[in-house]
Write a protein that binds this ligand. Structure first.
Ligand code: SD4
Length: 335
């Protein structure tokens, strides 16, 4: 997938921050260039900190800039996610996202703050910054979720700009897909990556956000886990937070992010909680987990992190202690 790129040191230097020796490149397929460092949980964690799904160091750098300046975690996750939404090369989020089978780019996003308040948009069209619309839903309406045309009209009333989100590259990819038009409602290991972000600010408060264009070439109207509070994202400021990526249907069926936070409440570390939540998917009788990917990242109140997925090559970007790095996740399916 084109979006998978090597980590850019430029983003770090622009944020005036150190580069870790363990930073890894992320290619389409497993390669020797990849260094595996499984998500550490034991090292003493410091605040502020931010983590995100996949390989998004520009996004975590933006979030950390805000946190270091004393900004709050909510602003940090929103601004961090906006970096990827605006990145036209990313074909899974915001502008440039791959369309549904009919050629429509439809976005899902949500955001949740330290008070347990949240906002969400589903099936949003023609607005790049779905995460910011979700925040407006949280702050400026008595509702949690707005969908489709209603979400779009609300965004317009809030001053968001109407745009064509289908870039030439995504249109070409869709046209190529149409030659065979195989409808495979699975997300495999490398074909899509939502951005989910969790941050803890200097006050120790947690917020999270998640934004995606969803499963490429999905049925028109399909909505995944990403805008669903408790599935794609959950924050409890007393305990921690979790975000999910991968095949949303499987995350929704197990209410994954809420589950991870509840497991942490019961005393599990973020890593143990992510592993158990993946276990709930793969250990189902007749689970066809070999056909799809799901990954979780989580953080607890102390700033300790975990990440785990069904298959190899899921990663988490973490910015903590002055180091912005991509960390390969441990995974279930070791063959
Ligand atoms: C969805 N969970 O729509 C999203 C897609 C995703 O990595 O996360 N892809 O099901």
């Amino acid at each position: 997938m084109k979006r998978r790129h090597f980590i850019k040191n430029a983003a770090l230097s622009s944020a005036g921050l150190a580069v870790s020796g363990s930073i890894v490149g992320c290619a389409d397929t497993p390669s020797e260039e990849k260094k595996i460092s499984l998500a550490p949980t034991s090292k003493k964690a410091t605040l502020p900190m931010v983590i995100a799904t996949w390989h998004v160091i520009d996004a975590t750098a933006k979030a950390m800039e805000i946190l270091q300046a004393g900004g709050n975690a909510l602003d940090a996750v929103e601004q961090g996610c906006r970096v990827e939404e605006a990145n036209e090369k990313g074909q899974s989020v915001g502008k440039g996202g791959l369309p549904d089978r009919d050629g429509n780019v439809t976005l899902d996003a949500c955001i949740m703050n330290k008070h347990g308040n949240c906002g969400s948009v589903v099936y949003l069209q023609n607005i790049t910054h779905a995460v910011s619309v979700a925040r407006k839903v949280m702050e400026n309406t008595p509702h949690v979720m707005l969908a489709g045309e209603g979400a779009k009209q609300f965004a317009i009333s809030e001053g968001f700009k109407i745009e064509n989100l289908l870039t030439d590259a995504s249109k070409k990819a869709w046209e190529k897909w149409q030659v065979e038009a195989k409808y495979k409602p699975i997300i495999n290991i490398e074909n899509h990556d939502t951005i989910g972000m969790l941050a803890i600010d200097k006050n120790g408060d947690i917020s999270g956000a998640c934004t995606t264009s969803g499963l490429a070439y999905k049925l028109g109207g399909r909505v995944g886990d990403s805008p669903i509070i408790g599935s794609g994202l959950f924050i409890d400021n007393e305990i921690g937070g979790c975000v999910a990526t991968g095949l949303g249907e499987e995350v929704v069926k197990t209410v994954g992010s809420f589950l991870v936070v509840e497991l942490m409440r019961q005393g599990k570390s973020p890593q143990e909680a992510c592993e158990e939540a993946i276990g709930r998917i793969v250990n189902k009788p007749h689970s066809n987990f070999k056909d799809f990917q799901v990954g979780y990242i989580a953080v607890n109140k102390k700033g300790e992190t975990g990440s785990y997925s069904i298959h190899q090559w899921f990663s988490m970007t973490k910015f903590q202690d002055g180091v912005n790095e991509q960390i390969q996740s441990d995974y279930f399916n070791k063959g």
